[in-house]
Write a protein that binds this ligand. Structure first.
Ligand code: SF4
Length: 372
């Protein structure tokens, strides 16, 4: 039980002036996580996808997208440079590439595990249980799989052939396999109500994940949802007189703050989608309770093609070490410090790495003397 009712959550999300909501979330964040921010190196290893989600630019039927799949050497070498540059987590993300064999990813995870005790996070969508198990045994620590919406009808409409039940079963299996599980949801889907968002927050709390991504829905022009089915139809909360001017990004900040208040220990990124949709989205996300930033280290010629939604800043092929330093200076100017710990979840399962691995201590196991 969260101790929160749906009605109470709706009331907080509907506050005409959300400043007090953000301040409360920031105070919880400071008390539990201090001033530390965890930087995760994000490597988009391929954009081929067998699924056909109505909102996503990587969907199977988007024939205009140039597809790519990084080879093993490029993935492992980029991960190596990211770790050498200071990142304590490498996140590998891809569409659901049905042509890729699970043992290909197993070998990559094992190769990365060979040279580092940094956390390895995977985000490859839905796979058979033996693939999840194989990757975990090879040394993967975490798995990100957002449930996207807790509204079963909306879920099935947006993800043809898939059900929310299947998604939740995957999450359950991942947890049982010893992964630190990340999940989350989208804010601003056509037809979405404030009640739906309150239900999303309740589901998030019930799942008790280690991490959660909460970000705005950004319409992609080459998807059905941005076409005749959805583009002009915004979320239903816009019909509420209090929320009529509340955009998806503003509502995402409110949801982020609520997620922080309801789940103090959760690792919450200020998402890339938030930065795309909002001026100073990263900074505002951190002020609303986030404590994680994902830093894209994908070689630029590929990250342009990882076109899940429009507006993402193309990469500049900056060396990961330089990127890490640049983020660190920018965060320092805002009063934050980059954590030097892995930033494991509060209930991290034993890592399948040598004794020298990250400790998994909590709240913050970094060695910054005045953190918090
Ligand atoms: S949301 Fe994920 S599974 Fe759906 S089309 Fe996009 S990449 Fe594929």
């Amino acid at each position: 039980m969260s101790g929160w009712t749906k009605k109470e959550i709706v009331e907080r999300l509907r506050e005409p002036e959300p400043a007090s909501l953000f301040a409360e979330a920031a105070a919880v964040r400071l008390a539990v996580h201090g001033r530390c921010v965890h930087l995760r190196a994000l490597l988009e290893i391929g954009n081929i996808c067998r699924a056909n989600c109505l909102y996503c630019g990587l969907r199977r039927c988007n024939a205009s997208l140039e597809r790519y799949s990084l080879d093993a050497d490029t993935i492992v070498e980029t991960a190596f440079r990211a770790v050498k540059g200071g990142f304590r987590t490498v996140v590998m993300q891809a569409g659901e590439d049905g042509g890729k064999r699970p043992d290909f990813m197993r070998d990559i995870v094992a190769s990365i595990r060979n040279f580092t005790d940094a956390a390895i996070t995977l985000s490859f969508g839905e796979w058979p249980e033996d693939a999840y198990g194989m990757w975990r045994q090879a040394g993967a620590d975490r798995y990100l799989l957002r449930f996207e919406t807790s509204n079963r009808q909306l879920y099935s409409r947006l993800r043809p052939g898939r059900t929310l039940g299947q998604r939740l079963s995957c999450l359950e299996f991942l947890r049982k396999s010893g992964y630190q599980v990340g999940t989350g949801f989208m804010v601003g889907l056509p037809g979405q109500t404030v009640d739906d968002l309150a239900q999303d927050l309740l589901l998030l709390h019930a799942l008790d994940p280690a991490m959660a991504g909460i970000g705005p829905y950004i319409p992609h022009p080459r998807t059905p949802l941005a076409g005749k089915y959805g583009f002009r139809k915004g979320p239903d909360w816009r019909e509420d007189p209090v929320l009529k001017d509340c955009e998806a990004a503003d509502m995402s900040l409110r949801c982020l703050a609520m997620a922080r208040i309801m789940n103090p220990f959760l690792h919450l990124p200020a998402t890339t989608a938030l930065e795309v949709a909002l001026d100073n989205g990263y900074g505002r996300g951190l002020s609303a309770g986030a404590n994680v930033l994902m830093v894209d280290v994908t070689p630029s010629r590929y990250n342009r093609a990882y076109d899940i939604y429009p507006g993402r800043e193309p990469g500049k092929d900056e060396d990961p070490a330089e990127l890490w330093k640049r983020c660190s200076s920018a965060l320092s100017a805002l009063g934050y410090a980059v954590s030097d710990s892995r930033g494991d979840g509060k209930k991290a399962a034993p890592s399948l790495v040598p004794e020298s691995a990250g400790t998994g201590n909590y709240p913050c196991s970094c060695s910054i003397a005045d953190c918090g």
